[in-house]
Write a protein that binds this ligand. Structure first.
Ligand SMILES: Cc1cc2nc3c(=O)[nH]c(=O)nc-3n(C[C@H](O)[C@H](O)[C@H](O)COP(=O)(O)O)c2cc1C
Length: 195
């Protein structure tokens, strides 16, 4: 068994002027620096999925759309996930929800954490994500990184436009906890599956 979990950092916003790249690159750097996981950036822009149009979830029958099948293969390569979560009207983006719906078996019995950003740090969106994760038979970490309030305004291009390094001292303790938990659950679920 590969002792280092393979972790996908999944960018949940696809719009051309998205802010998502800053938190995505930051959490990728934190994950890479640890040495206890193999993180990889996965951009939903590289997976032009249709709105879900299959006969059923791939729990019940194989998907027909080649992009859906390619996405399922991508999801299946990983032992756990870090979702980069924008909050759109108190939930996750439609693009991320659709991507979650486009696989089933590949998410099962795997952990995830999140880095959310917005006025409240995407807390409401991350809570929705956790509920969706239950149905996908995933396990959520207790901790997640939330870039909120003044920190969010300081680094968002529409406001302060400062580099994320300016506020990272506020993020590092929670990021460490969230990533510690992610690795713990990834190792636990990998070992259970191997047994
Ligand atoms: C359709 C839409 C809905 C939004 N709803 C919320 C919201 O409910 N809460 C919040 O804090 N920010 C909200 N925002 C502001 C986003 O936090 C902000 O635009 C952020 O940059 C979105 O992430 P992105 O740029 O990576 O797509 C919303 C933005 C959009 C475009």
């Amino acid at each position: 068994m590969n002792s280092k979990p393979r972790i996908a950092v999944i960018i949940g916003s696809t719009r051309p002027t998205r802010f998502a790249d800053a938190p995505a690159q930051w959490i990728l750097k934190q994950a890479q620096a640890r040495g206890d996981m193999d993180p990889e950036l996965i951009d939903l822009r590289d997976h032009p999925l249709p709105f879900f149009d299959e006969m059923a979830s791939n729990l019940w029958m194989p998907s027909q759309n080649p992009e859906a099948v390619r996405w399922q293969e991508t999801v299946g390569r990983f032992d756990g996930y870090i979702f980069v979560v924008a909050e759109y009207n108190h939930s996750i983006t439609a693009a991320l929800k659709n991507a979650l719906d486009q696989a089933y078996k590949e998410w099962n019995r795997k952990p995830f954490t999140a880095i959310g950003y917005g006025s409240t740090g995407a807390t409401r969106a991350v809570e929705h994500l956790r509920g969706i994760g239950v149905e996908l038979q995933m396990v959520s970490t207790h901790a997640a990184v939330h870039i909120a309030g003044g920190d969010f305004r300081a680094i968002h291009p529409a406001f302060g436009n400062k580099p994320i390094s300016e506020i990272e001292a506020n993020l590092l303790p929670t990021a460490k906890t969230a990533l510690d938990e992610l690795v713990w659950w990834a190792r636990a679920t990998m070992a259970a599956k191997a047994a």
